[in-house]
Write a protein that binds this ligand. Structure first.
Ligand code: PNW
Length: 497
């Protein structure tokens, strides 16, 4: 009965290794975004996006007056990008499409041949190298011409976006099977309109952010419905949205209610309309903003309501859930009269909360970045509890640094600690995590931080016209994780930690 023995041995090997192994089919990837890497901002028939305009018009809002004019020059260096993705052994590469490169007028009356060629080349070579393209349709770079018409605060933006998405599906959907409609609407609604540091740079806290929030939900939903009706049966892909969520933890036991309120604001405003059974806004937030608006003498809520039809349109428009995780905060109720800082992400002042950090959370050398690996597991558990047993793709996770160091042991440790927590989520909490993507494949234009903040597994030399990419220790570590499909890796970096 040799086979029985063999079976028992292999089962016990699995049991020993199981804890450190990722499930079969679990996908490892890395990510980028068009404006952050492509450069070639005015090449061919490409028109201006809001980030082209913002970086050129308000250089003082970006560290070192940096722009994405050249960035990593991925418009020309895309083959090198695929080479390094290949070197890492990635199962997928997540990149985004530049709306203004593909559809310079913003509308589907004109498709750029050059834009079409660029993304076709990229997708085809990825597939040739057996790397699955995971495509974000929108990553912060709205056509400036649509911004001039109000951008994300004009309700028509939902149709503009759905029409753009239709073009993208029809051109690339024969080969792209995983789609992210919008990346982090919280960033381009809440940061953008609460503090004005992101394009388009308007400040309208408590008003613009909520209008934008509603319109992103409709835009995502309309694009999803387009895929459903016109493409799904032929193309058989999956479509969702990606949200960025900080894990928000009660400061003390007494603060649990405040923490839950904060989660409903940060996660709920962008998840509840899509992923919950009821749809619409998270009730607690809808109620609070309505009350505040009344106190302010408004005859209606600053939070635009969803009609019944809109609730139905948006509800259930997902095939999985995209989730970006970087960091965490503590939450407590504000004391009466206590000033609430200009916290960019939330209408924190609308819900009277104060965010903080724990002393034992290590800080990466970037101001907003506290390292709390347990937060990713807690957030995954919360999402499952709140919205049900949905497949989750971790579309971004990674560590910021301000130094270009080659030996980036903080980043290596960050990946290892977060991947350990993800394994616990999968094995203990039974959360269906389908894959994991590092932000970022290489250093790139980090929005307001310009090139001063780095996330790359590859260093990019931005003084070199060649934009040479050089692997860091984290690249070597990640490649060994991907290769062994586990955290049991022979890697001297880990031994030295
Ligand atoms: C994400 N914050 O955005 C984006 O998807 C990427 O484009 C970006 O490069 C990456 O994270 C790293 O920042 C964020 O202020 C923007 O907390 C802002 C914050 C976090 C993430």
């Amino acid at each position: 009965m040799w086979w029985l023995k063999a079976a028992v041995i292999s089962l016990s090997v699995c049991a020993v290794l199981g804890g450190r192994h990722f499930p079969p089919g679990f996908m490892f990837g890395a990510a980028s975004a068009a404006y952050q890497v492509e450069g070639a901002w005015n090449i061919s028939d490409k028109s201006l996006s809001i980030w082209d305009y913002f970086a050129h018009t308000y250089p003082e809002k970006i560290v070192g007056n940096a722009t994405g004019d050249v960035a990593c020059d991925s418009y020309n260096k895309w083959k090198t990008d695929i080479e390094i993705a290949s070197e890492l052994g990635l199962h997928f590469y997540r990149f985004s499409i530049s709306w203004t490169r593909l559809m310079p007028t913003g509308f589907p009356n004109y498709i750029s041949e050059d834009g079409k060629r660029y993304y076709n080349d990229l997708i085809n070579l990825l597939l040739e190298k057996r790397i699955q393209p995971v495509v974000t349709i929108y990553h912060f770079d709205l056509p400036q011409s649509l911004q001039d018409l109000g951008g994300w605060t004009n309700p028509l933006v939902a149709d503009w976006f759905a029409n753009y998405a239709r073009v993208v599906f029809s051109l690339f959907g024969d080969r792209v099977k995983i789609w992210i409609t919008l990346n982090e609407p919280i960033t381009f609604c809440d940061i953008a309109y609460n503090v004005g540091t992101q394009a388009p740079g308007y400040i309208s806290p408590g008003v613009g952010n909520y209008i934008c929030n509603k319109n992103t939900m409709l835009a995502h939903a309309k694009a999803y419905r387009v895929y459903d009706k016109e493409f799904r049966s032929k193309q058989k892909g999956k479509v969702s949205i990606t949200n960025e969520i900080f894990w928000l933890e009660a400061d003390t036991e007494r603060d649990e209610e405040a923490a839950e309120k904060a989660r409903q604001l940060m996660a709920g405003m962008y998840c509840h309309p899509i992923f919950s059974k009821q749809g619409g806004w998270p009730p607690v937030i809808e109620r609070i903003i309505a009350e505040k608006s009344k106190q302010e003498g408004l005859p209606y809520s600053r939070l635009p309501t969803f009609t019944e039809e809109e609730i139905e349109l948006v509800k259930g428009t997902y095939d999985f859930m995209g989730f970006n995780y970087y960091t965490a905060r503590t939450v407590r109720e504000a004391k009466p009269g206590e000033e609430i800082g200009p916290w960019p992400f939330t209408g924190a002042s609308d819900i009277d909360i104060i965010l903080g950090e724990r002393r034992d959370w290590k800080q990466a050398d970037v101001w907003w970045f506290y390292i709390y690996p347990e937060g990713i597991r807690k957030q995954l558990a919360w999402l499952k509890e709140e919205y049900g047993d949905i497949e989750i793709l971790i579309t971004e996770n990674g560590c910021a640094s301000s130094s270009p160091y080659q030996y980036d042991e903080v980043r290596v440790e960050y990946y290892k600690d977060h991947l350990e927590q993800i394994l616990l989520s999968i094995n203990e909490d039974r959360v269906r995590v389908m894959g994991y993507s590092v932000w970022a494949l290489m250093d790139n234009f980090e929005w307001n931080d310009g090139y001063s903040v780095k996330f790359g597994m590859y260093d990019v030399d931005f003084r070199d016209p060649n934009r040479t990419r050089t692997p860091r220790a984290s690249a070597e570590y990640y490649a060994s994780v991907v290769k062994s499909h586990s955290l049991d890796v022979n890697n001297k970096i880990i031994d030295e930690l």
